[in-house]
Every structure is written in structure tokens, then in C-alpha cells.
Design a protein around this ligand. Structure first.
Ligand code: SF4
Length: 181
């Protein structure tokens, strides 16, 4: 459809991996952008669909909540869940628009395994991850459900940047997905 320099490939990316300033207190791993991820995307000529940060949007940037309430619980109200679902629908609509125009969307990148909003239980080949009983984040769980409902089969994987080893494994997976495009 488009005849210019674009690659025709876009990756759906969690908000904070290209803006760690959006993260909850204590969760930022780098000053701003995860440049390792950006390099992989750049090397393969992939563009980015940046998803919204659900925690920041449905709560706020400092994740204001009553003492003793964790972020997941703070998000888990009817209004905030409905807001998350709205965000999910926006992301799915954007993905569908690119797909309808012939783009490849080889991956959706969610958050690390403990993110209340964006966790992806991730690497099902990783026994330790399975044993830890990690669950989907509120937003990513809804996204997965909506993608399945709409028959969109796009692999979702968390970018586990809390440890160098898991980050490398996730970037290697992304490289493979992009190389196959
Ligand atoms: S909710 Fe998602 S996008 Fe927002 S800071 Fe957490 S992992 Fe990142």
C-alpha cells in the first residue's frame, strides 16, 4: 500500500521500556530509554506502537493509593478495570489498522513478571518462571483476552529487564521474531 522507505514491520511495546520515567518508584532500570531494546528494533528497521502505561493512566504517576494497598489492588476497581479495557481496545484497534494495511506485527512486548499492570508470565520454557506462579498484569491479561476474542495471534512476551540474563533472553527472542519477518 505504501511505496517509500518504511519497513512495514511494527512491534507493540510497553510504554515504560522507552520511558522508564513512567515507572513506579524503585522500578526504573535506566534513566529513560532501554537502548538495548531500541537497538534491536532499529537494527531490524522495526517501528513502534507504544502502548499506554495503564498504572499511570488509571491511577496516576506516583501510584497514589491508601497505605497498605498495593498497586494491583488499587487498579482492581470497576471504574479502573473499565478504563483499562478502554485502553486495551485502543491498542487492539491500532494493531488492526496496521495489519489491515499489510504491516507485519511480529510481537507484543509487555512488562516484567511482577508488574501489576503489564506482567507477562513469559517464558513458558523457563521452569523457574512457571514455578514462581507469576500471573498476567491487569492490562496485559485483558489485552491477551481481547486479542484471542478477536482472533489475533500475536505472541506476547515480557521484557524482563530486572535482570541482565532475562533481558538478554527476551531480546534474543525478539531478534528471532524480527529476523523471521
Ligand atoms: S504499568 Fe506497564 S507501562 Fe506502566 S510502568 Fe508498569 S510495566 Fe511500564
Amino acid at each position: 500500500m505504501f511505496k517509500d522507505n518504511r519497513s512495514g514491520t511494527v512491534v507493540v511495546v510497553l510504554n515504560c521500556v522507552i520511558n522508564h520515567n513512567a515507572r513506579a518508584m524503585g522500578a526504573a532500570r535506566c534513566p529513560g530509554i532501554n537502548t538495548d531494546l531500541l537497538k534491536v528494533l532499529t537494527d531490524h528497521g522495526a517501528g513502534i506502537i507504544q502502548m499506554p502505561c495503564p498504572e499511570r493512566i488509571v491511577i496516576d504517576l506516583p501510584r497514589t493509593r491508601s497505605e497498605g494497598t498495593d498497586i494491583r489492588t488499587a487498579m482492581d476497581t470497576p471504574e479502573r478495570l473499565a478504563h483499562c479495557q478502554q485502553l486495551v481496545m485502543g491498542v487492539v484497534a491500532e494493531i488492526k489498522e496496521f495489519l489491515a494495511c499489510g504491516y507485519k506485527v511480529p510481537a507484543i512486548l509487555g512488562g516484567d513478571v511482577k508488574s501489576p499492570g503489564c506482567a507477562v508470565p513469559a517464558d513458558t520454557t523457563d521452569q523457574a518462571t512457571r514455578d514462581a506462579g507469576h500471573q498476567w498484569g491487569i492490562f496485559t491479561g485483558m489485552l491477551k483476552t481481547e486479542l484471542e476474542k478477536q482472533g489475533l495471534e500475536i505472541p506476547i512476551r515480557g521484557i524482563r529487564d530486572s535482570a541482565e540474563k532475562t533481558l538478554r533472553a527476551d531480546l534474543a527472542w525478539l531478534e528471532e521474531r524480527l529476523s523471521a519477518c
